[in-house]
Structure formats: structure tokens, C-alpha cells
Design a protein around this ligand. Structure first.
Ligand code: GLN
Length: 502
């Protein structure tokens, strides 16, 4: 059936539908994200030309921002579960898009209740849409189709096109018409996404449908049964019990929020253990383990990469000489570098890997992801240079940031689209959306880690933090490169014999 899909520029037409839907969704997400902290910290007095803000302290605003950006991805897990069990991915994306339109619409209303309600809806909407639309991209390609990785790179360009346009535009809109016009802009973008999706629905006939016929696990997905199986397995029950105790200790010693987070993680770990147990052949079990191990790389990668919006952003603002021929480059503009570099280099990186693979050289996903961590980590060398220059002369050059963001982006291209594609190759079909959800939750966890690491700069200084990240990431990357062969063996040929289909 997949072979009968209409093609355009060498890919199924459905890819372009998903591309533009996700482009608008990310436009609304990143556009809103760009103004969120600024809106929260703007005073309530109306002295700011952009309008009345919430008047919060920076600390409170950053805290809410941290939880928000994490939750948005963590909710991908229930989003994935609903798709696997109830709706299928295609309908879940539709529901997510509708919730997002409502959420951004509510945010355009000037009131505190609307602010919280809107954010809550956006979290739910992204949770329903993001993992499921990503899984659908994989569904466009037959197993073993070499175009799959490239398809994800194209899709990734859509993501960043949305992000780039939104971050460039939102500043102007807010400056001209105020905060709520910015929120409304996000709403309109999401509406366009919904229209594109509905208009292209007919091209998505064979993807994202609820699939009940499946050979990898015995019967229908039942999370209730998986959790109740826990009680039949003493070993797993003990592990879960220990984790619950750790969570409760965390609750008392840290904050209730962290306690809740740990409990949530415990639930996920328990679920992963039970799914593993349920898979009915060693091949699927091994693949599942490789997938979970690759998520370690994912957390570490985003834990370092996400310094971009936090510590590196503040560094740009206060310690970098942003003078360009007499014009001061606005700090926010540095945030567009990543998306810009992605759009330029996504296909270049994808082609390099594809060529290597066709020549029979090592280019498994694990290898690419490990290389991605090393390249991204190497980018921190330039931040180390920047910090050294600052310590010497009281200001550092912009060029370090540009170089750092360049390497971060190339690293991201080796890891992120590859990981998305990898999940669709390795996850048991029945749990495909759930595993995509777990992936996004891992990236959300990484962002939270990034915040914690970034905060530590006020104790240790930027130089030590950047150097620490540089060394840590490169070491982890090298360890995974060494593990490439054994891990690849455990995938039992999931990535071998990839060839051209048409
Ligand atoms: N920037 C990418 C996106 O928005 C990746 C984000 C992530 O995986 N956490 O899709």
C-alpha cells in the first residue's frame, strides 16, 4: 500500500503535509516561547510600550518557564499512549491541533486565568500533536527504505523554518501591537497548521491509523494490565519500590515539583520494564534495550545543547561585544542562528551520512548520534575561549558564539532527526507512539538538566561550566562510539540492507 502513495520530489506527498503542519505548529510554539519570559517579567504598571505584563520576578518567571518547557515534552507520553491505544496517530494530531488553537486563542485574552488556562492547553496540545506527527513521518516509509532518514531531515527543516520565521517576526509584532498580539499571532499560525492538515488529510490514508494487527507483542495494548503485571514480578516490584522511596525522599529534600517528577519517572521506568517483559522475542527485546540506551545520549545532548536559551543567552546579553560596524546586534537574534544553520545544512549532513552508508561505511544511528554529541560538545570549546577572553579583557567576541552555535547545530543534525527516525525503526509497532513520547520526555528532561547546570554558573563561573560540558560530552560521545558495534549487533539488522525503494 505504501508503494502506491503519490510521490513529489522523491518523497511521499504526505511528507509535505506533515512538513507544513509541523512548520506552523512550531511557528506558534517558538513564537510564543520567545515572548513568554519577557511578558511574565514586564511590570503591571503599563510603563512598557509593549503593554502590561505580569510583573513577576526573573526567578519566578524562569522557574515557570523551566517547568513549562519540560511539561510540554513530558506530556508527549500520555499523548503517545492515547494514540497507540485509542485514536491512532492521525486523529491524535488533529485533536492536538484543535487544543492548540484553543490554547493560543485563550492566551490572547488579557487576564491571569487566561494565561494559566492557555498554557495548560498548549501543554496538552503539544503532548497530543508533537510525538504523533513525528511517528507518522516514519509511517510514510516501508521498513528498510533508505529515504526514511532523509525524510526526517526534510521534516526537521520544516520545524526550524517555523521557528526561524516566528522568532524573527514576533519581536516586531509585539513592539508594534503589544504582548497579546504576539499570542494571537501564535494562534493564527496554529489555525493555518490545522487548515493545512485537514486539506492534506486524504494524502495520509495509509499512515497514523490505529493498528491492532501486530506480531511483536501478544495482544492489544493494555496499560492497566502491564502495571498489574508488576505485582506478579517480584524483581520489578522491588526496583519500583526503591524508586518510589527515592522519589519521596526527593519530595522532602528538594521541592514537591521534583518529587512529583521522580514519581512520574518511576511510573515510566516501571512501564518500560513491563513492556520489555511482554515483548515476545529476544530480537524485539534487544532492540528495545538499544532504544532505551540511546535515550541516555538524548538526555545528555539536550542537557548541554539547551544552554542556548539560558546561560549562553545571558552570556550573549551581558558579556559579549555585540557591536557590528556600529550596530548593536540584538541578543534575541542569536537565537535564530540555530534554526538558520539547520535550514542551510540539514540536507548536507543527511547526504553525507547517506553516501557513507551506500559505500558500506559505518553510519548506524548510534554512531551518528554519538558523533553528534561529540560535535556539539566540541562547540563548547569556543565558549571556553569566549570565557577566557572575557576574563582577560572584560568582553568577548561574537564570533565565538557563532562558531559554538554552528557546531551545536551540526551536532543536532547528527542526533535529533536521526533519533526520530531510529525510534520508528526500532520501537515495537504497538508502542511506537509511546516510545516517541518517551523520547520527547527525555529531551524535556534534558532541558531541565540544562537549566540546573546553567544555574550552577553563578557558583562556578562560566569558564568552568563550559569546560565541564566540553569534557563530559566528548567523553560520553567516545564511549558510545566504542559501543557502536555491540549495540548495532543488538538491533538485529534493523538498519541493515537499507536500500532505495520506489
Ligand atoms: N527543536 C526541535 C523541535 O522543536 C527539537 C526539540 C526537542 O526534541 N526537544 O522539534
Amino acid at each position: 500500500q505504501l508503494q502506491t502513495q503519490k510521490q513529489l520530489f522523491g518523497h511521499p506527498i504526505g511528507l509535505y503535509i506533515l512538513f507544513f503542519t509541523e512548520m506552523w505548529e512550531r511557528f506558534s510554539y517558538y513564537g510564543m516561547r520567545a515572548l513568554l519570559v519577557l511578558y511574565m517579567t514586564t511590570s503591571t504598571l503599563g510603563t512598557d510600550p509593549r503593554g502590561i505584563g505580569l510583573g513577576w520576578s526573573e526567578e519566578n518567571a524562569l522557574e515557570l518557564y523551566g517547568w513549562y518547557t519540560m511539561l510540554v515534552y513530558v506530556l508527549s507520553i500520555p499523548g503517545g499512549m492515547i494514540a497507540d491505544k485509542l485514536l491512532g496517530q492521525k486523529k491524535s494530531v488533529l485533536v492536538g491541533a484543535l487544543i492548540l488553537c484553543a490554547g493560543h486563542g485563550v492566551l490572547a485574552i488579557e487576564d491571569l486565568w487566561a494565561f494559566y488556562t492557555g498554557l495548560g492547553l498548549v501543554v496538552l496540545g503539544v503532548g497530543m500533536l508533537k510525538p504523533n506527527i513525528s511517528t507518522m513521518v516514519g509511517g510514510l516509509y516501508a521498513p528498510g527504505d533508505i529515504r526514511r532518514d532523509k525524510g526526517f531531515s526534510v521534516f526537521y527543516i520544516g520545524i526550524n523554518l517555523g521557528s526561524l520565521l516566528a522568532t524573527l517576526l514576533v519581536g516586531f509584532i509585539v513592539a508594534e501591537w503589544g504582548w497579546h498580539a504576539g499570542f494571537a499571532m501564535a494562534g493564527v499560525a496554529m489555525l493555518l497548521g490545522l487548515v493545512v492538515y485537514l486539506a492534506g488529510y486524504k494524502h495520509l490514508k495509509y499512515v497514523g491509523n490505529l493498528d491492532k494487527s501486530d506480531t511483536e507483542a501478544s495482544d492489544e495494548v493494555s496499560y492497566g494490565r502491564l502495571y498489574s503485571d508488576l505485582f506478579k514480578s517480584p524483581k520489578h516490584l522491588v526496583i519500583t519500590f526503591v524508586l518510589v522511596v527515592v522519589s519521596i525522599i526527593g519530595w522532602f529534600f528538594l521541592e514537591w515539583g521534583y518529587g512529583l517528577l521522580f514519581l512520574f519517572l518511576t511510573a515510566i521506568i516501571a512501564l518500560m520494564m513491563m513492556i520489555y517483559k511482554e515483548l515476545n522475542s529476544q530480537v524485539y527485546k534487544d532492540r528495545f534495550v538499544v532504544l532505551l540506551l540511546s535515550f541516555i545520549m538524548v538526555i545528555i545532548f539536550w542537557g548541554a545543547f539547551e544552554q542556548a536559551g539560558g546561560l549562553m543567552n545571558l552570556y550573549t546579553d551581558s558579556k559579549t561585544d555585540r557591536d557590528l560596524f556600529g550596530w548593536t546586534v540584538p541578543t534575541m537574534m542569536f537565537q535564530s542562528l540555530n534554526a538558520g544553520f539547520i535550514i542551510i545544512f540539514a540536507t548536507v549532513v543527511a547526504n553525507i551520512w547517506a553516501k557513507r552508508k551506500l559505500k558500506g561505511k559505518e553510519a548506524s544511528s548510534i554512531f551518528k548520534m554519538a558523533t553528534g554529541i561529540i560535535i556539539m560538545g566540541f562547540g563548547f570549546l569556543f565558549m571556553v575561549f569566549a570565557a577566557m577572553q572575557f576574563e582577560k579583557s572584560g568582553s568577548s567576541s561574537m564570533i565565538w558564539l557563532v562558531l559554538a552555535y554552528f557546531f551545536h547545530t551540526i551536532g543536532e543534525l547528527c542526533l535529533s532527526p536521526v533519533a526520530l527516525s531510529f525510534i520508528t525503526k526500532l520501537a515495537p509497532v504497538k508502542y511506537a507512539s509511546l516510545m516517541m513520547g518517551v523520547y520527547f520526555a527525555a529531551t524535556g528532561l534534558g532541558s531541565k538538566v540544562a537549566g540546573i547546570v546553567g544555574e550552577s554558573a553563578s557558583d562556578f563561573g562560566e569558564y568552568s561550566v563550559f569546560l565541564g560540558i566540553l569534557i563530559f560530552t566528548i567523553v560520553i560521545g567516545l564511549i558510545f562510539i566504542l559501543l557502536t558495534k555491540p549495540l548495532k549487533r543488538l538491533t538485529h539488522g534493523a538498519e541493515d540492507n537499507e536500500r532505495k525503494f520506489q
